[in-house]
Write a protein that binds this ligand. Structure first.
Ligand code: PDD
Length: 287
């Protein structure tokens, strides 16, 4: 869905009139960070968590921005314009424009871009059918905990999947599962729900955090641990989670059925809890 209005460096502009310098370090070096925030019924989902992760990413790349969390929130709300549709917010902050030189410029004026985009979240049919995925080597850098706009390895992985009619690439590093090209992964193996531990190898997914909270609250144990490629290949269930795909079951991996080749009982349990949480959120009962 087309983006009409954007926020760029203090101004609200029609998308067609917004432009950044060819010397912007986001363009030349991929020197920046971003966030994708789901919006349900016009309300920003898990906003404090997204803002906290943004602050973490900014701190880790040593970029400071004058906007505080309240000011950021106001920008998002203004972009949403009081609408009640489902949407997502994209926010990108780069180290601004400067003559090309790898080291930081002496004076930095970050480029801040944000826009709201209409989105249709996966429907019941997609959830019931599940999606296909393919294995792919994790060729990314060693700071995948930073939500950086340098996404070339993720782009190549997702394109590899796309060319094989798959929704996601499941990434492995040295024989162990990391995450998807743009999602967190969960595995059910021998009756245990598992997900890779946090660290420098994966993004601390906000949806991941909610899945863990819901699982814990409802007595469904989820272990954060190393998961071998073999465990993934023998999984009874495999799911992906992200802000734009919510939680989706992967029913085919590299052309082979995962478990029975259909969404499993653990998935049904978690998606029910997730939908209940979302519904309470839509009605303002949880934040
Ligand atoms: N990506 N891992 C990677 C590499 C991701 O890019 C994403 C999300 C996730 C899931 O994180 P979260 O649950 O906070 O969305 C994990 C977003 C949606 C994107 O790049 O469009």
């Amino acid at each position: 869905m087309a983006v009409e209005k954007v926020y760029l460096n203090g101004k609200y502009l029609p998308a067609a009139e917004a432009s950044v310098s060819i010397f912007d370090r986001g363009f030349t070096f991929g020197d920046g960070v971003y966030e994708v925030i789901p919006v349900y019924g016009g309300r920003l989902f898990r906003l404090p968590h997204h803002l906290a992760r943004l602050r973490y990413s900014l701190a880790e790349i040593r970029l400071s921005v004058s906007l505080n969390d309240d000011e950021m929130t106001l920008i998002f709300k203004r972009l949403l314009g009081g609408g009640t549709d489902d949407a997502s917010i994209y926010l990108q902050i780069t180290r601004g424009s400067a003559p090309r030189n790898h080291a930081f410029p002496d004076t930095i004026s970050p480029t801040v871009l944000a826009y709201a985009q209409g989105i249709v979240y996966p429907n019941q049919r997609t959830r019931e059918a599940g999606v296909a995925a393919v294995s792919y080597p994790d060729q990314r850098w060693h700071r995948c905990d930073i939500k950086s706009v340098s996404l070339l390895a993720n782009v190549l992985a997702r394109q590899y999947a796309h060319e094989r009619d798959a929704t996601e690439a499941v990434l492995f590093r040295e024989g162990f599962l990391t995450e998807g090209a743009a999602s967190t992964l969960f595995v059910v193996h021998n009756g245990q729900l598992l997900t890779p531990s946090l660290g420098h190898s994966i993004l601390p997914g906000i949806t991941r955090k909610l899945v863990l909270e819901l699982a814990l609250k409802h007595g469904l144990q989820c272990q954060q641990t190393d998961i071998s490629e073999q465990q993934v290949k023998q999984a009874d269930e495999l799911w992906l989670s992200s802000s734009t795909k919510e939680i989706l079951p992967i029913v085919k991996l590299d052309g082979n059925p995962v478990g029975e080749g259909k969404p499993g009982p653990y998935y049904h349990q978690i998606i029910k809890l997730y939908d209940e949480f979302k519904s309470r959120f839509r009605h303002g009962k949880v934040s």
